[in-house]
Design a protein around this ligand. Structure first.
Ligand SMILES: [Zn+2]
Length: 88
């Protein structure tokens, strides 16, 4: 029997994919570096649409600009809420 000690800690500590699987659970494969999905769920090199691609554009609700705008509005609302709390 081998007395080799496995050091899998750093590997297991890596960011996980989290895509929904067919069973309804979350994919637990490691995410590709710099991406939020694993190689099987859209994290592979060359996958995904190029920037500013309009081929699948339907309504633009999830476009980079629309997401940034909503983020700004949320930040503004947070600031307003803080100011209103200070006025009490
Ligand atoms: Zn995955």
């Amino acid at each position: 029997m081998s007395d080799h000690i496995q050091n899998a800690g750093p590997m297991l500590a890596s960011r996980r994919c989290g895509a929904k699987t067919r069973c309804g659970g979350a994919c637990r494969a490691p995410a590709v570096q710099g991406k939020t999905r694993c190689r099987m769920h859209g994290g592979a090199k060359g996958s995904g649409a190029p920037r500013a691609n309009q081929n699948a554009h339907k309504h633009g609700l999830f476009s980079r600009d629309a997401i940034a705008e909503r983020r700004q509005i949320r930040a503004l609302l947070g600031d307003v809420r803080k100011v209103l709390e200070g006025m009490r």
